[in-house]
Design a protein around this ligand. Structure first.
Ligand SMILES: C[S@@+](CC[C@H](N)C(=O)[O-])C[C@H]1O[C@@H](n2cnc3c(N)ncnc32)[C@H](O)[C@@H]1O
Length: 273
C-alpha cells in the first residue's frame, strides 16, 4: 500500500481512481454517495446523463473501486430507488459479492407531490470483494432494545454443542438491522450542520456506517483507508476526522469535481481542527 493520496482531492474521480490504481494504491472501504442521475445541480452535468450513459459510467466507476479494494474490502454505495436495481445488477456483473441492501430511513422527508407515497428512504448497497472475508463490527453499532417483554417470558434455544440455554440480552444492546433510521438535514434543527450542498448526508448516518465497516487495529481503534470518490461537501472526511479526534487512525480520501464543494469540505474540516 502506498497511500500517496489522502484528504480532499479536487478533481475528476474517473481519472483519479484510474491513476490511483496504476500507482498501486488500495483501500479498505469505498463509502460513497455518487450522483444519482436525478437532475440535481452540483455545478456540473454529472447528475443529468442519459440512462445508458449513467449506467456505463457507473459500471466503469464500480470496476475501478472494486480493483482498488484490498482482498477483504467492501463497497457501500448509496443510490436511489429509481435506479438501485441497475446498480445492484452491475455489482453482481463485475464479480462483487452481495452482502446487504440497506435502507436509510428518515421520518422527516417532505414532498408536495400527492400522486405517490412520500419517499422516506434511500437504499445503500453493501458488496464485499471477497465471498468469505469482510469487516462488520457488529458490537460497535448495536442499538437499544425496544422492550423488556422477552425477559418476562424467557426464550430458550439450543447451542451448537446441543445444550439448551436461556436467551439473555446483550449488555451492548440489540443487533442493528438493515434499516438505518437517521433524520435528513432538513429544517432549522440541522442548520448548524447543513451547507449549501444540495444532497449533503447527515454526519450521524455516515459515522455509524464507518463504525460498522471500517477495520480496527488490535487496540480496538478504527484503522483503515476509506475512499469517497464523490465527496461533495466533505461529510466522509468530517466524520473520519471527528473519529480521529477520539484516537482512531482512519486515513480517508475524498475526491470531488467542484472546487466550490472542495472549499466547503476544507472549511468544515478546518472547523474541527
Ligand atoms: C451526491 S453528491 C455527494 C454528497 C456528499 N455525500 C455530501 O455529504 O456532501 C455527489 C457529488 O459528486 C460530485 N461529482 C460528480 N461527478 C464527479 C466526478 N467525476 N468526480 C468527482 N466528483 C464528482 C458532484 O459534484 C457532487 O458533489
Amino acid at each position: 500500500m502506498i497511500n500517496a493520496y489522502q484528504g480532499i482531492i479536487c478533481g475528476d474521480s474517473d481519472e483519479i481512481l484510474a491513476r490511483m490504481l496504476n500507482e498501486g494504491e488500495s483501500v479498505d472501504l469505498v463509502l460513497t454517495d455518487p450522483p444519482y442521475n436525478l437532475n440535481k445541480d452540483f455545478g456540473n452535468n454529472s447528475d443529468k446523463l442519459p440512462l445508458s450513459e449513467f449506467l456505463s459510467v457507473s459500471k466503469r466507476r464500480i470496476e475501478l473501486c472494486r480493483d482498488l479494494l484490498k482482498f477483504d474490502g467492501s463497497i457501500i454505495w448509496f443510490g436511489i430507488h429509481h435506479y438501485i436495481g441497475f446498480i445492484q445488477s452491475i455489482m453482481y456483473e463485475v464479480g462483487l459479492n452481495y452482502r446487504r441492501m440497506n435502507i436509510w430511513y428518515y421520518e422527516n422527508g417532505f414532498s408536495r407531490l400527492t400522486t405517490a407515497p412520500l419517499t422516506q428512504y434511500e437504499p445503500f448497497l453493501w458488496f464485499s470483494k471477497s465471498p468469505k472475508k469482510w469487516t462488520y463490527n457488529v458490537n460497535d453499532v448495536r442499538i437499544p432494545y425496544k422492550s423488556k417483554e422477552r425477559l418476562k417470558n424467557p426464550v430458550y434455544y439450543r447451542k451448537t454443542n446441543g445444550e439448551i440455554a436461556q436467551w439473555q440480552p446483550n449488555p451492548l444492546g440489540a443487533m442493528r438491522g438493515d434499516v438505518w433510521a437517521f433524520p435528513t438535514l432538513a429544517g432549522k434543527l440541522y442548520k448548524n450542520e447543513k451547507t449549501p450542498h444540495p444532497t449533503q448526508k447527515p454526519e450521524a448516518l455516515i459515522t455509524e456506517i464507518i463504525k460498522a465497516f471500517c477495520p480496527k487495529n488490535a487496540d480496538g481503534f478504527y484503522e483503515g483507508v476509506i475512499l469517497d470518490p464523490f465527496h461533495g461537501s466533505g461529510t466522509l472526511g468530517v466524520c473520519c476526522e471527528k473519529l480521529n479526534e477520539q484516537g482512531h487512525k482512519i486515513k480517508w480520501i475524498g475526491i470531488e469535481l467542484e472546487q466550490r464543494w472542495c472549499d466547503v469540505a476544507a472549511q468544515r474540516i478546518n472547523n474541527i481542527k
